[in-house]
Design a protein around this ligand. Sequence first.
Ligand SMILES: CC(C)(COP(=O)(O)OP(=O)(O)OC[C@H]1O[C@@H](n2cnc3c(N)ncnc32)[C@H](O)[C@@H]1OP(=O)(O)O)[C@@H](O)C(=O)NCCC(=O)NCCS
Length: 114
Amino acid sequence: MIHGIGIDLVEVGRFKAAMERRGRRFLKRLFTESEILYCMRRKNPETHFAARFAAKVSLFKAIGRWGRFTDVEIVRAPSGRPVVKAEGVDGLRFSVSISHDGNLSVAQTIAEEI
Ligand SMILES: CC(C)(COP(=O)(O)OP(=O)(O)OC[C@H]1O[C@@H](n2cnc3c(N)ncnc32)[C@H](O)[C@@H]1OP(=O)(O)O)[C@@H](O)C(=O)NCCC(=O)NCCS
């Protein structure tokens, strides 16, 4: 049974400005080490950071409450598909989808009861 869905849209330019203004501590508050490594290896890291931020916010919307950003990790399946690992959320499983275009990154999460 579906528990909830959530969606979030992030302007990449604004996210990049926050990254530049607030530095590494900003990233470490929001992302796990492996997410940081993944995004840093990409051509436009800010696009992938913004998408992961959107994914986490969309997951919190799907659950119906805020959580700690680093308790949610977006990992990459061999196909490239994003997969959610979430700590401290019992009884739910998540499906997430991400897209980027120009200055926008969007993510949607579906939470299902298990
Ligand atoms: C999936 C795919 C269509 C996305 O292409 P795109 O339109 O250029 O890219 P978008 O900006 O819309 O989406 C990029 C995001 O899609 C997600 N993604 C990548 N491969 C994916 C896949 N196989 N399944 C689901 N999601 C995928 C990733 O989260 C990626 O963002 P990230 O690199 O920040 O994690 C492309 O990677 C592809 O052709 N893959 C191989 C074929 C395939 O698996 N297709 C499945 C859907 S038709």
